[in-house]
Design a protein around this ligand. Structure first.
Ligand code: 5GP
Length: 125
């Protein structure tokens, strides 16, 4: 179910629990600013979620309220993971759902990183 990302941050969301180590995940990268882990229901051969460590509901929340250091750290982490996964030469896709119409399901900002095959044109059904 999509979530209302205009609501305050809910620290019981699944990614908050992953950040606190309460739920296991398959981590591919972690630093001061971000955690990257395999999506539990992959939509491509490589499907990684990159999340900021801070409590931000959505791209909107993050872009409005995060510090310069948090934003830089998060964006650099996404790029780092893509390079580390060998995705620069073959190419990859980034996606961040934001809010009801996008069908964002987890109310903690996350960027999907897809790769590992030719993904084709982006289709919105
Ligand atoms: P959204 O629709 O919010 O953009 O994407 C949420 C993503 O989180 C989905 O791709 C879903 O498979 C993934 N997901 C949901 N729960 C878990 C979980 O407990 N662990 C992991 N690794 N991924 C999850």
């Amino acid at each position: 179910m999509p979530v209302d990302t205009t609501l305050p941050y809910d620290d019981q969301n699944i990614f908050a629990k992953i950040l606190r180590g309460e739920i296991p995940n398959r981590t591919v990268y972690e630093d001061e600013w971000a955690l990257a882990f395999h999506d539990i229901n992959p939509q491509a051969p490589i499907h990684i979620l990159v999340i900021p460590k801070g409590a931000y509901v959505s791209w909107d929340d993050f872009s409005a309220k995060a510090s310069e250091a948090e934003i830089a750290g998060f964006i650099r982490a996404v790029g780092h993971v893509a390079r580390e996964q060998g995705l620069v030469a073959p190419g990859y896709r980034l996606l961040a759902n934001a809010g009801i119409n996008s069908h964002q399901e987890v109310p903690h900002l996350h960027v999907h990183l897809f790769g590992g095959k030719a993904l084709g044109p982006m289709l919105l059904r």
